[in-house]
Design a protein around this ligand. Structure first.
Ligand code: ZN
Length: 282
């Protein structure tokens, strides 16, 4: 069985720009806005469907999808009823980012991982909605020297799994390439040249590029397993860490920084949310 892992975000989906940014605003948190339901969901669904169809037409027979945008909200961003029957989703309460549980539900050796709908990290130029997991309060998150946002967390969680393609904002590819230099990068919008195509225009581009990427599977590489993870989380200026008297992991805090160290990436990513608990606004 060839199992493909697809990790979908939304700020990097086709058809979503600053001019219609409400398309990203999940209805459960933004009940006064309708664009997410009437338009945004169609955009990310089109991109994910292009990936799924290309994968199935390339001999992949099992797809596990994690729809991570607005994790904590119940309803999926991707319209699951529009996807092929071979696509399953991870069993997570309200799509919560429980990386160990996500990794544990996948095959021991998945065939590959593809990230889609991806945006750039906080601070990247010429990017649509650049942010690091959520900015503010997060300015940056480094794991073993790589600035990690949604793409990095996903690919590191699936370390040793061939990273086949990243689909999203042109500025998002930098993070993908730092994790795996041979990953296929598919651009669906590019702020540096004002290229803002519709999802219908990018669908064939995504389909063709993913098919080519899978055909080039032997050249794809993975982010390698690390037996030591050094993490550094930095906050934006208006936030600080309310430092606890004691905590059960190896690490330390500064006013706007937290450091921690673990033996494996799943623990490092899980501790991220525990460290996160101590963030306070000035
Ligand atoms: Zn998102």
């Amino acid at each position: 069985m060839k199992q493909l892992i697809i990790i979908a975000d939304m700020e990097g989906a086709s058809g979503i720009f600053e001019s219609n940014r409400a398309a990203c605003w999940h209805e459960e948190l933004h009940p006064d806005h309708t664009l997410w339901r009437t338009y945004g969901r169609k955009c990310i669904t089109s991109d994910v469907l292009a990936v799924c169809n290309a994968a199935l037409d390339s001999g992949i027979d099992d797809i596990l999808l994690y729809d991570m945008h607005f994790a904590g909200c119940e309803e999926y961003n991707v319209e699951l009823d529009k996807l092929p029957k071979q696509v399953r989703v991870f069993d997570l309460p309200k799509r919560s980012i429980f990386w160990s549980r996500i990794r544990g539900q996948a095959a021991i050796e998945p065939y590959g991982i593809i990230t889609v709908g991806q945006h750039a990290r906080n601070g990247e130029p010429n990017a649509y909605f650049p942010h690091t997991i959520h900015t503010p309060p997060l300015e940056s998150f480094f794991v073993n020297g790589i600035h990690v946002a949604e793409i990095g967390e996903s690919v590191m969680c699936f370390c040793d799994v061939p990273y086949i393609a990243n689909i999203g904002c042109a500025a998002s590819h930098k993070e993908a390439l730092e994790l795996s230099p041979n990953v296929t990068c598919v651009t669906v919008k590019d702020k540096s040249r004002g290229w803002e195509p519709t999802p219908d225009e990018t669908y064939p581009l995504i389909y063709k590029s993913v098919k080519e990427a899978i055909a080039d599977y032997d050249n794809k590489t993975s982010y390698p397993y690390q037996n030591n993870c050094k993490c550094e989380l930095t906050l934006t200026e208006d936030y600080y860490f309310d430092v606890p008297e004691s905590f059960p992991w190896k690490g330390r805090f500064e006013e706007r920084k937290a450091f921690w160290e673990t033996h494996d990436i799943e623990t490092a990513l899980s501790l991220f949310w525990q460290v996160h608990e101590y963030i306070k606004k000035r």
